[in-house]
Design a protein around this ligand. Structure first.
Ligand code: 4FV
Length: 247
């Protein structure tokens, strides 16, 4: 997988990609992150990449021509790459998208600054627009890093054998079950006995219950998005009743 990043601040990508899993995966050739400075495709002695908005208003808007030239050059190298624009107006990025995008040959991330992009960039040069959340950042660089990290976890060999993205939160649309490790007792809090039982059937059942309960308590919106089995529905009713009876 080749991740190309078009940005005014390529240096921002240095350290996050030099650490841990992503850096090891890059060294193993499982992925490649190439940053490109948009200014390299800007004209004039000031290499201008932004200008004032037509119709007036504060801030600056990113010009279409440098971006068009840059994308044409990058697409020569990875013709099949999908162009993704980072914007608060985009589709809310999710685990499902990270899994889908990991199937692409290449991805080109368009990182904005200032008030954002000239609308004609969206209309003619972009395959998809993604937002990482309903808040305004100073630039699209962090969203691109977030997406590169989430997508990379689905690439074969990146997560190593011990863990796989298949058992992640959201992989089955539910939040994860609570995790515990040594010591058995910490600050008077003990690990649930079931996890010490060695009975993997019962442990799996307990974990599923915890996923349902936690998702119901923290993200009921997720429950509306997935098809629950009859057993899950019974489990959830039982848990809800036991909670109601406790109150
Ligand atoms: C953003 C987000 C985001 C908006 C103006 C960059 C900033 C500036 N991108 N998810 N939230 N972008 O806030 O993706 O150009």
């Amino acid at each position: 997988m080749i991740f190309d990043v078009l940005t005014l601040f390529p240096g921002m990508f240095a350290s996050p990609l030099q650490e841990s899993i992503l850096s090891r995966a890059a060294k193993q050739g499982l992925l490649q992150v190439r940053t490109h400075c948009l200014r390299d495709w800007a004209e004039g002695k000031h290499q201008t990449t932004d200008d004032t908005p037509y119709g007036g208003g504060d801030g600056m808007v990113m010009k279409p021509e440098p971006i068009a030239r840059a994308l044409a050059a990058l697409k020569e190298q990875t013709p099949k790459a999908k162009v993704l624009l980072m914007t608060p107006q985009g589709t809310q990025f999710s685990q499902r998208h990270s899994k889908e995008l990991a199937k692409e040959e290449g991805l080109i991330f368009l990182c904005g600054r200032y008030e954002g992009f000239d609308e004609r960039i969206r209309q003619s040069l972009v395959d998809a627009e993604f937002s990482i959340g309903d808040y305004v950042l100073t630039g699209g660089e962090l969203p691109a890093m977030v997406m590169i990290d989430a997508i990379s976890r689905h690439l074969p060999g990146v997560l190593g054998c011990s863990s796989s993205a298949e058992t992640d939160s959201f992989s089955d649309g539910l939040l994860e079950y609570p995790q515990y490790t040594r010591p058995v007792e910490f600050n008077g809090m003990t690990v649930p006995q079931i996890l010490l039982s060695g009975d993997h059937g019962k442990i799996a059942q307990w974990r599923r219950e915890q996923q349902l309960l936690r998702t119901w308590q923290r993200r009921p919106d997720l429950l509306r998005k997935i098809k629950l089995s009859e057993e899950d529905k019974k489990t959830l009713e039982r848990l809800q009743q036991s909670l109601e009876s406790d109150n």
